[in-house]
Design a protein around this ligand. Structure first.
Ligand code: BG6
Length: 487
């Protein structure tokens, strides 16, 4: 594999201490991601110590990691790269305790020349995260360390405050990196570029020109082996409090004074502070038919596998503009879009029947897929006699830049940032606690779950929620194919 320029990576060698090393996220994303970062030359020296409840040895962990790469890596695995990576792997069963962990870290440090930094990656649920943090404290692995936390960051305001307090007993806030992988997605960062690197759109980015916004992340996948986690979590905590609200903040924030963590967090937190508490009457909770009979699910479960809601940001820029958010499992399509609907013109000179307005308002749409796309739709004249109007669009696809291969997968990007100590794309304790605060009315009096058919778009009441508007998905017109067959 071609070695890439290392100047975007950390300066020091890194020891990754990976808790939850045999879990779903480690197998799907973290191990393949670390493999790519290491073999791409982004990290100047690396050792990875896996930890989990499983009684494995280093060879067992290597075999597991290889299996994960074979199953989930999106890139070709070069033989020599794998051999080098396998050498970097070590394993400590959690039951072995702090002394054995410390010895393994010291050994890794010696192999890296004695000046490595440590990245503790807690790919475990919150209850296990606190015991991992305690273990790290007992093993005296706090200095020269950063710790990456996975969501959910608590399950409500009280538990988030307790979690943050306990974390701060061991690690300082500036050592803690709360990961939200949606912010590591290339197109999420492109929202910042699009808004703040151009003079064209920012002047109309407000309540005077924007009618409403949709952040819509339907998924086709079900829960597989994650029912245990999901029963405690549900769609709101799993997706909305974390990913969707973070994307909303990028969409809605004021221009930060600089592209640096403090200014960006400050502006995001201002959005969260301006959010009105979520009104349970503005929420549709759904559960797909069949969920209750899955393994690990309570036959009377009230957990939502779907949620759609309206939220309002009560500030000068956005007062009165509804933001509609939707996400759920086993839905008709897998999509991740942000759709901005512009206000319609106040008067129309076009005759009845010309088609003006017939296909909804003008839209700016961001597709947050890795191969991201953007589209701006508008009315234009249909060629020929008379004045008939059609909905047309300007579209951009990242694929057209010819640099799609340079895109780092979201976790890769964020692991690299954490290793460099760059917190720009991470969330703060203050932001998270405020999001739990606006969630209180919903968590205290959730509306009943409504059943929906797998493969549908959710319960029927989603249409009332957005009326008089309509959901953008499913799209009436498909994206243009940037590489049509034969081109
Ligand atoms: C995870 C959620 O954080 O994000 C999952 O726990 C969800 O339930 C996933 O499926 C979606 O992420 P992506 O990157 O596949 O869109």
């Amino acid at each position: 594999m071609a070695k890439l320029s290392p100047d975007v990576g950390p300066k020091d060698p890194q020891i990754v201490i990976l808790f939850g090393a045999t879990g779903d996220l480690a197998r799907r994303k973290l191990l393949p991601g670390l493999f790519h970062l290491v073999s791409g030359g982004f990290i100047p020296g690396c050792r990875i110590i896996g930890l989990s409840l499983d009684e494995l040895d280093a060879d067992g962990f290597r075999a597991m990691a290889r299996g994960a790469l074979d199953e989930f890596s999106t890139r070709r695995i070069d033989k020599a790269d794998w051999a080098a990576f396998a050498e970097m792997l070590d394993y400590v069963p959690l039951a072995a305790g702090p002394k054995v962990l410390r010895e393994a870290v010291d050994k890794a440090d010696a192999a890296l020349g004695g000046a490595a930094r440590r990245l503790h990656y807690l790919s475990v649920p919150p209850s296990a995260a606190l015991s991992a943090v305690r273990l790290l404290g007992e093993a005296e692995l706090v200095e020269r360390s950063r710790v990456v936390m996975e969501k959910p960051f608590g399950t409500d305001l009280d538990s988030a405050v307790v979690l943050n307090t306990r974390l701060h007993e061991v690690f300082a806030e500036d050592q803690i990196f709360r990961i939200d992988h949606f912010l590591g997605k290339e197109p999420a960062q492109n929202i910042l570029a699009f808004r703040f690197a151009n003079g064209l759109f920012e002047p109309i980015w407000n309540r005077n020109f924007i009618d409403h916004v949709q952040i819509d992340v339907p998924e086709t996948l079900g829960l597989g082996k994650r029912t245990g986690f999901y029963e405690q979590t549900g769609a709101y905590r799993d997706m909305v409090v974390t990913h969707l609200f973070q994307i909303l903040a990028f969409m809605a924030m004021e221009p930060p004074t600089a592209l640096e963590p403090r200014s960006i967090s400050e502006e995001k937190n201002k959005v969260f502070r301006s959010m009105l508490p979520i009104d349970p009457d503005d929420v549709v909770r759904g559960q797909y038919i069949g969920y209750r009979s899955e393994d690990g699910v309570d036959p009377e479960s009230d957990t939502e596998t779907f949620i759609a809601l309206k939220c309002l940001i009560d500030n000068w820029r956005w007062a009165g503009v509804p933001f509609y958010l939707r996400t759920g499992k086993r839905l008709a399509e897998g999509q991740r879009i942000i759709s901005i609907a512009f206000r319609e013109p106040p008067k129309s000179m076009f005759p009845a029947g010309s088609g003006v307005g017939a296909q909804g308002p003008d839209h700016l749409t961001f597709d947050l897929a890795d191969a991201s796309k953007m589209s701006l739709s508008f009315y234009g004249k249909r060629p020929g006699p008379g004045m008939k109007l059609d909905k047309l669009s300007l579209q951009f696809a990242m694929q057209e830049t010819g640099r799609i291969g340079d895109v780092l997968e979201a976790y890769e990007r964020l692991i690299l940032d954490a290793m460099r100590g760059d917190r720009t794309l991470f969330t703060t304790a203050e932001g998270i606690e405020r999001l739990w605060e606006v969630s209180i009315p919903l968590l205290e009096t959730p509306p009943p779950v409504r059943l929906y058919q797998p493969g549908s778009w959710g319960p029927k009441s989603i249409h009332q929620l957005v009326a008089p508007h309509a959901w953008r998905l499913p799209f009436e017109r498909a994206w243009r194919d940037p590489n049509p067959a034969g081109s």
